[in-house]
Design a protein around this ligand. Sequence first.
Ligand SMILES: NC(=O)c1ccc[n+]([C@@H]2O[C@H](COP(=O)([O-])OP(=O)(O)OC[C@H]3O[C@@H](n4cnc5c(N)ncnc54)[C@H](OP(=O)(O)O)[C@@H]3O)[C@@H](O)[C@H]2O)c1
Length: 222
Amino acid sequence: MIDITTLSELTIDGKLSLGPGASSKDLFEFYGDDLRTWFHQQRASHSAIMVGAGTVRSDDPELTVRHFNGPNPLRVVPTSLGDIPLASRLLNDGGATLVAVSKAAPAQVVAALAAKPNVQVVHCGDARVDLNELMDVLYALGIRSMIAEGGSRLLHSLFEADMVSRIIIKHIPVISGAVEAPTYLRPVNGTSRLSLSRWRLDDMFVKSGVGVSIYTPLAVAA
Ligand SMILES: NC(=O)c1ccc[n+]([C@@H]2O[C@H](COP(=O)([O-])OP(=O)(O)OC[C@H]3O[C@@H](n4cnc5c(N)ncnc54)[C@H](OP(=O)(O)O)[C@@H]3O)[C@@H](O)[C@H]2O)c1
């Protein structure tokens, strides 16, 4: 089983970005080097890092370790039809990226992704990427721990699948005021199978003026 930690930046009003279509990178403006270094240290301590295709389309992230001296994790992106821009940074910097598509992804799209240097494409699921199948593929590749940085839909699916063993939230001290900005969790098709789960606050500290809280699942007595 892969140990999955979610790591997110959340505004006071519960948003993952400052507006619909805005990049979560805008939130980096609100904190300093201490937190940046800690954040990249978290990345370096996992063997893989995952974001959903929506985040690649809106943020074009690098998902590398830059503010800490450590290894880059394998980048993992689920995208059911292979719908991420071929110009995306994580497909073109020569670092290792695994793109997970479903069997419905068009062959020419898969071929174009697989032609990128150091990019591997795997098929998991029929119409949508099946996260259980994806975890099996990653486990077979030797991945034992992964950090998932969002966005809303990927996080929702991971919680629905009961795959998360640690939640880290950086509480960015701003109110976005953007009603339509993505909230922490959002179901892919509008239908949610999430139910109440309880978490224990394991640690809480302030770095660069930002509160950081770390949660693990609270075992429920049988
Ligand atoms: N503040 C933060 O910490 C943070 C971090 C990351 C992102 N964000 C923000 O989050 C927003 C993007 O969130 P989002 O919900 O639109 O996109 P997302 O969660 O990044 O990606 C969701 C997409 O992943 C693909 N996918 C494939 N299989 C999936 C599965 N089983 N479960 C879930 N997704 C699957 C789908 O795209 P296909 O149609 O291609 O299959 C789906 O629409 C952006 O505004 C970004 O800035 C914030």
